[in-house]
Design a protein around this ligand. Structure first.
Ligand SMILES: [Zn+2]
Length: 450
């Protein structure tokens, strides 16, 4: 090979390396451009590590939840609105990972791949972001929790819009408490309990056992059960009921939330069927909510003996449920077995395609049967006066936990197609589902109605 040819090859090699470098830079810039331009060292957008100049964050009715004025980020003038919408809106430092301030940072700061932060530099502000939540409903939910930790979620099961997303403990972002890192009142305060919380589900899980029984036991509605106040299992151990219910059928067993009947059914159905139904109904799945991956509900009966299965069938044992997932389960039961995927950011995030996704949890016939049973729970036990004119259905839960009073749960829905909302309420260590969670749900649903 002569020298000229060798040089030509070396040159070609250098050109290829140079081009590869350019491609790599381009890809890296495309992947990270948004992060670099909105990095907290950029003084146009941030002051002392805080986001300052950015577009407004609005609720579904155009109420301003956060905006920039004179280089400062300010929140809604109503303290309860500020506290109750904190986890949806987020904070300017980014401690709250799943709020709009963090999720929609590129849009709020006007970042675009082509122009960089062009919009913000030219006009002084980025784009506004509209959320699906209703500030008044969130405030009503936070007030109803009355300082207790927990969560309230409400969404439209036909469209997926989340109307209410409240996580408590919370704090006022306008006056961040000095003792936030040390006071137990603020334990896990940055976490959005609706999206990423996990709790023992208690009797709300009886909806899962009910689905499994409806689909696998052909004569389930013709059977008669007997509750003697506790159920002793063949291999030892017993499940205690909340009362001594005597003779009852399947419908009444759900209305009275009889532990004996549901433990007995779970043991008859077996670990494989209960676990499979739970998985069909969304256990083990993470859902995407405006770009946030929810915490997956957990069930594992691989090591469960008979008595464990009895407890698991009434929502105890090692089973844990995510509140948003349980809200979707309620919505799917109300909506013929399938539900629109919940979301809380109204406009599409930049670069993320927005499409209404549907999650199918259960066959329509099963959903409709369970819907009627849950409707009967409210009409015949909890009281229609709690949800006037809403034709409400639901299931309470009083979930026993190792530390402190039970978690109070309620999942429910309106069966009216003109009012297609489903709700989840969890009050941590709150006590009984009917005594504590239902009054919260009642106040929130009435706030939506008004
Ligand atoms: Zn009973």
């Amino acid at each position: 090979m002569n020298t000229v040819t060798k040089r030509a090859y070396v040159l070609l090699g250098l050109i290829i390396a140079f081009m590869a470098g350019l491609v790599l830079l381009g890809v890296s810039f495309f992947m990270n451009g948004g992060t670099w331009a909105t990095d907290s060292h950029n003084g146009h957008l941030y002051s002392n590590g805080q986001i300052t100049n950015a577009g407004k964050i609005l609720d579904r009715n155009g109420v301003v939840l956060a905006e920039s004025k004179n280089g400062k980020r300010i929140y809604n003038s109503n303290k309860t609105v500020r506290i109750s919408t904190l986890h949806a809106v987020g904070d300017t430092y980014g401690y709250i990972a799943h709020g709009a301030h963090t999720l929609c940072r590129d849009k709020l700061t006007g970042y675009s791949f082509v122009n960089g932060i062009y919009d913000l530099i030219n006009t002084g502000e980025g784009s506004d972001v509209k959320l699906t939540i209703d500030a008044d409903v969130c405030a009503a939910a936070y007030s109803a929790l009355n300082g207790r930790k927990g969560t309230v979620g409400v969404y439209n099961y036909k469209t997926g819009e989340i109307i209410c997303m409240v996580s408590s403990g919370s704090y006022d972002p306008q006056n961040k408490p000095k003792d936030i890192e040390t006071n137990p009142k603020y334990e896990a305060v940055y976490m959005n309990r609706l999206l990423t919380g996990l709790y023992t589900p208690g009797s709300t899980f009886k909806t899962v056992t009910a689905v499994c029984a409806i689909e696998n036991i052909p004569d389930i509605f013709n059977r008669t059960f007997e509750c003697k106040g506790s159920l002793k299992t063949a291999q030892g151990g017993e499940v205690i009921c909340n009362s001594t219910h005597g003779k009852l059928d399947f419908n009444t067993a759900l209305t009275k939330s009889c532990n004996c009947v549901f433990a007995e059914l779970g043991i008859e159905l077996g670990t494989k069927k209960i676990e499979q139904t739970a998985k069909d109904l969304g256990f083990g799945k993470r859902f995407d909510v405006s770009g946030v991956k929810t915490q997956a509900s957990r069930i594992d009966l691989s090591e469960a003996v008979e008595i464990d299965l009895g407890w698991a069938s009434i929502g105890q044992y090692t089973t844990l449920a995510n509140p948003l997932h349980m809200m979707m389960l309620a919505g799917s039961i109300a909506n013929g077995g399938a539900t629109a995927a919940p979301y809380f950011v109204q406009e599409a995030l930049s670069g993320v395609a927005s499409s209404i996704k549907t999650n199918t949890f259960v066959q329509q016939a099963t959903a409709d049967t369970l819907k009627n049973m849950m409707r009967s729970n409210v009409a015949n036990s909890y009281g229609d006066n709690k949800f006037p004119g809403m034709d409400f259905g639901g299931k309470t839960g009083t979930a026993e936990v190792a530390d402190g009073d039970p978690h109070a749960w309620f999942i429910g829905f309106s069966t009216k197609s003109s009012f297609p909302y489903a709700i989840v309420v969890v009050v941590e260590n709150g006590g009984s589902g009917s005594g504590v969670a239902i009054p919260v749900a009642s106040k929130v649903m009435k706030a939506i109605q008004n």
